[in-house]
Design a protein around this ligand. Structure first.
Ligand SMILES: *Cc1c(COP(=O)(O)O)cnc(C)c1O
Length: 424
């Protein structure tokens, strides 16, 4: 459920008509609904209500906007970060350091030192090599790092290959069969305090079975680790729960179904559970609004050329992702069209032969469910500045990120001295 609905024939974000935002902020632009974000936090939390004080650590990479993170901080969420930059963003938005976990295969020594000094809650280590580096970094500054190993359970999550993370040949985690040896090594490292186990098998998961299988492996490992003398007090079950994008395909499991499965599988683990949801919190809390530049005649279908491109919303070109595209002022007429951006790549195609609201030059459209992995993946390809982000709350709306002017892009470049004759 979201708060983007037609009122008097016009698509609104909560109580704000989207054309009002398009007039004020221009297009393309991302628009987020506070009420939808808050609702998803509530639904996810209620799904976990039977568990003993779980931590919900929002996966910052899904949407790192400060307004979004501050909204989540106010709801008591922690954060899952994958870089020093995300760590600083989470802290700047008011998320307490002790509720931050640090994931990722390539943490640098500098990022480790930063996270240690900030006092984060847990490092999710992805290799023995990383454990050794973290121990050295921690010992050098007289600290002890709280750690878990991320286990690669060798389970195919059944999602798009580019967002599957738990197969043996994926780059993530320590192979399940190497886990006991990894923990034995970590226990010898003076800069580490081993406290947990972590797993994350992929994103946009549409079935609970792979997660259940992965969590069962985590449960077995916790027992083996305790038998080997390790103290295990946390289990991080990652994120990945899918959201509905395409009404024509079955809806992913609900947070309530997910929570019930977790409750059952983790019975008797006697740990603090950590969750890292991203998409399920913010996915359908955001839309991308764009304007039709022109409708170009095609051989089979017309091409609707939008002012938004693949640089603004990469998911269709990167993952063949499906986004519902709606007219902001639907007339009731429908047509079949190819929906494309202005970028010079055939990959800049959002939908082919799509049946949708009929639109014409100058009309506004909204890409639904664009709140996760939308703005955060945008880039400036074709010298297009990053587009603005807007938050809505009830009747209010506010710019939470400015449009990046082309002047800022040009000014960031430097001429090498041998070309910079003008400066002599
Ligand atoms: C991306 C990621 C998540 C969040 O995934 P969603 O599908 O957005 O829930 C959680 N944990 C880790 C380690 C990740 O890399």
């Amino acid at each position: 459920m979201d708060h983007f609905n037609l009122k008097d024939g016009v698509l609104h974000a909560e109580d704000v008509p989207l054309p009002l935002i398009a007039d004020g902020a221009q297009t393309p632009a991302y628009v987020y609904s506070t009420a939808t974000i808050e609702r998803h936090v509530r639904v996810f939390r209620e799904a976990l209500a039977g568990l003993d004080t779980p931590w919900i650590c929002f996966a910052v990479k899904a949407n790192p906007n400060k307004g979004v993170l501050a909204t989540l901080a106010a709801q008591g969420l922690g954060a899952d970060v994958v870089s020093g930059g995300e760590l600083l963003r989470a802290l700047a938005a008011g998320i307490p350091a002790e509720k931050i976990v640090f994931s990722g295969v390539g943490k640098t020594a500098d990022e480790m030192a930063l996270a240690l000094r900030k006092g984060i809650g847990q490092f999710n280590l992805e290799s023995v090599e990383e454990a050794e580096t973290l121990s050295t970094v921690a010992a050098a500054i007289g600290m002890t790092a709280p750690v878990a190993f991320r286990i690669n359970p060798n389970i195919d999550a059944g999602t798009h290959s580019k967002i599957s993370t738990g197969r043996a040949d994926d780059k993530f985690g320590v192979a399940y069969d190497h886990a006991l040896a990894a923990y034995a090594r970590a226990a010898e490292l003076v800069g580490l305090r081993v406290q947990g186990v972590a797993v994350h098998i992929g994103s946009q998961l549409t079935s609970l079975a792979p997660s259940r299988a992965a969590f069962e492996r985590v449960g077995a490992l916790i027992a083996d680790l305790r038998a080997a003398g390790h103290t295990i007090t946390t289990a991080d079950l990652g994120g990945g729960l899918g959201v509905p994008y395409n009404p024509a395909v079955p809806v992913p499991p609900s947070p309530a179904d997910y929570g019930a499965m977790v409750q059952e599988v983790t019975q008797g683990w006697n740990v603090r559970l950590i969750f890292e949801p991203g998409r399920v919190i913010v996915g359908n809390a955001g839309v991308l609004i764009a304007r039709v530049i022109r409708v170009k005649e095609g051989v089979n279908y017309p091409f609707v050329v939008l002012d938004a491109g693949m640089n603004d919303l990469m998911r269709p070109s990167l993952y063949d992702a499906w986004h519902e595209i709606r007219a902001v002022r639907p007339t009731g007429e429908r047509f079949v069209a190819n929906i494309v951006g202005p970028i010079c790549e055939t990959g800049d195609t959002f939908a082919r032969a799509r049946e949708m609201d009929e639109v014409k030059e100058g009309d506004l459209v909204a890409f639904m469910t664009a709140g996760a992995y939308g703005a955060t993946m945008a880039n400036t390809y074709n010298s297009r500045g990053l587009i603005p982000e807007i938050m809505v709350s009830g009747h209010d709306w506010a710019l939470v990120r400015d449009r990046q002017p082309i002047e800022a892009l040009i000014a960031a470049d430097r001429l090498p001295p041998w070309l910079d004759r003008g400066a002599e």
